[in-house]
Structure formats: structure tokens, C-alpha cells
Design a protein. Structure first.
Length: 153
């Protein structure tokens, strides 16, 4: 006769014997001008947040931005692809995490310019700036999140 105890023992054994399902980190491909120094630090910020990051030196970065649909008013120093989304500039990992969790119908996120204190743009002894991460796609760009340095406000 099979008792509740037997079922629990068998279920436990099955869990132990089952191979663990590895969660693959999300791939982020960063395109940067070969001469840019801050882009590597921005990529490290995303990598340190648990994403799989590949950095590609792209000497023709501006035509790439155009092909990916980055509005000229939002252009910054580097561009990344994450699935169907585009990241432009020093987008914090917290904004990327929200983007991937909510999956809004936008083309991507951008941090125009290079705000002091944004990931990769930290300057020791200098107060981080407050800046907006902008969502872009159809229509006018709009604020997606606001940050001071790498911290959401």
C-alpha cells in the first residue's frame, strides 16, 4: 500500500534527481566608438547587474544609431541592443530591469548626453546629476524613470 509518506519520499527524490534549470542571463550587445573610454564602464555596470554583455567596437556608430531608430535628440556615446529594445547612452541597470519586466511597446530607452554620475560617468568628489531615462518609439519621447546618479528617484 502506498502511503502519503511514500509519495512525499518519491517526490523529494525526484526533485533531487531533476537537473537544475539554469536561468540564462539576458544578452546585451553594446556598440561603441573604439576611442570611447566611458562606454566600457557603462557596460561593466550592466554586466555587474547580472546581464551577459558583449561589447563591439563600431567605428560607424552614428549610422548604426539611425538604423536602430534612435532619435537624434536622444543620441549619446554608445548604443545597445537587448532583444527587440535599444538602449542609448548610460542607461542604469534598474531602468533596464523595469523595461524587461514591463515590456512596454516602445523602441527603447535613452539617457541623452552624458550626465555626471550616470553609470560609467561617475566623477569622484562630484555630486551626481538628476536626469531622466527617456522612452522613445512612436510619438514624442517621454520620461520612463528619473535618477540621481545610478539611483532611481
Amino acid at each position: 500500500m502506498i502511503t502519503r509518506r511514500h509519495v512525499l519520499i518519491l517526490a523529494g527524490a525526484a526533485l533531487v534527481a531533476a537537473p537544475a534549470q539554469a536561468i540564462e542571463p539576458v544578452q546585451v550587445t553594446v556598440y561603441k566608438d573604439p576611442a570611447c573610454g566611458c562606454c566600457g564602464a557603462g557596460a561593466d555596470h550592466i554586466r555587474n547587474a547580472g546581464y551577459k554583455v558583449t561589447v563591439i567596437d563600431e567605428p560607424e556608430i552614428n549610422p548604426l544609431k539611425g538604423r536602430l531608430g534612435v532619435p537624434s535628440s536622444l543620441m549619446s556615446c554608445h548604443t545597445a541592443e537587448v532583444g527587440t529594445y535599444v538602449l542609448e547612452g548610460h542607461v542604469p541597470a534598474a531602468a533596464l530591469a523595469r523595461l524587461l519586466a514591463e515590456k512596454p511597446e516602445i523602441r527603447g530607452l535613452a539617457v541623452p548626453g552624458m550626465p555626471v554620475g550616470s553609470p560609467g560617468m561617475e566623477v569622484e568628489g562630484t555630486e551626481p546629476e538628476i536626469y531622466d531615462v527617456m522612452a522613445f518609439g512612436s510619438g514624442e519621447p517621454k520620461s520612463f524613470m528619473r535618477f540621481k546618479g545610478g539611483s532611481p528617484l
